[in-house]
Design a protein around this ligand. Structure first.
Ligand code: NAI
Length: 215
């Protein structure tokens, strides 16, 4: 298929399509129309058709979408047909929780190592993986073909650790530290702030309360 530039808005919707379609596949559904998918996902059928048309459109008139091939194609588009090797920096509450979540590996995200600057944690096992000192980070990244680093450290340390990661030619950073990172263009950064979702919820609760009061 010809590679076209796809907007980030479409890309950000693909994981949700993949989640729903994988569920359908697991339920044994072979094909689905954009209308049926639209009902399940609460997205308009035309939005679904538009989004999937970016990739040549896998649907056929009167048939709908073949669920299995759509799952395969979307996974391929998202680069999930290959494995990504990951290290976590910061073996505290969040780092350990992420490492313990087994389902990432189902999508090919393989945690290879976890690092921390606190000597008291070195050698401690989280599942099968041992916490390593930061001094081993560079050689570990090289030896294990690591492409993603997860930052679960305080923001005061994140800038310096990012500099080290860039020196190691890391390809991507999944950043949970509450600080914006300055990286070269070739390094991809995805910032995650769970509290942003909570703030959205808070906004909607307050808006509903206000609407009730005003009515
Ligand atoms: P924690 O205190 O349990 O763990 C932090 C770990 O980072 C500690 O083990 C510490 O030794 C290690 N560390 C500190 N400086 C380091 C360095 N320079 N190199 C390597 N390791 C270093 O904290 P927790 O609860 O796991 O949170 C981690 C960070 O993530 C915090 O800064 C917190 O604000 C942030 N956070 C972000 C969330 C988000 O949605 N973005 C949600 C929860 C926490």
């Amino acid at each position: 298929m010809e590679e076209k530039e796809i907007s980030q808005a479409v890309i950000s919707r693909l994981p949700r399509y993949l989640r729903y379609l994988t569920e359908l596949k697991d339920e044994g559904v072979e094909r689905i129309s954009s209308q049926e998918l639209s009902k399940r996902m609460q997205v308009t059928a035309s939005q679904i058709r538009q989004d999937l048309n970016h990739f040549g459109g896998f649907g056929q008139q009167g048939y709908g979408y073949n669920v299995e091939s759509l799952v395969t194609e979307i996974a391929k588009i998202l680069g999930l047909d290959q494995e990504h090797y990951i290290v976590i920096i910061g073996a505290g509450n969040l780092g350990q929780a992420l490492l313990n979540y087994a389902n990432f590996s189902r999508r090919g995200f393989i945690f290879k190592g976890i690092f921390d600057s606190n000597p008291a944690l070195h050698g401690m096992k989280i599942g099968e993986i041992e916490v390593r000192p930061m001094e081993e980070l560079k050689s570990f990244i090289k030896k294990n073909n690591i492409d993603i680093a997860v930052l679960t450290i305080p923001k005061t340390s994140a800038v310096e650790v990012t500099r080290q990661l860039v020196d190691c030619s890391i390809k991507a950073i999944w950043n949970f530290a509450h600080v914006d990172l300055d990286v070269p263009d070739e390094v991809q950064v995805e910032n995650v702030h769970l509290s942003d979702s909570l703030m959205k919820l808070s906004y909607n609760i307050c808006r509903n309360k206000k609407a009730e009061k005003d009515s």
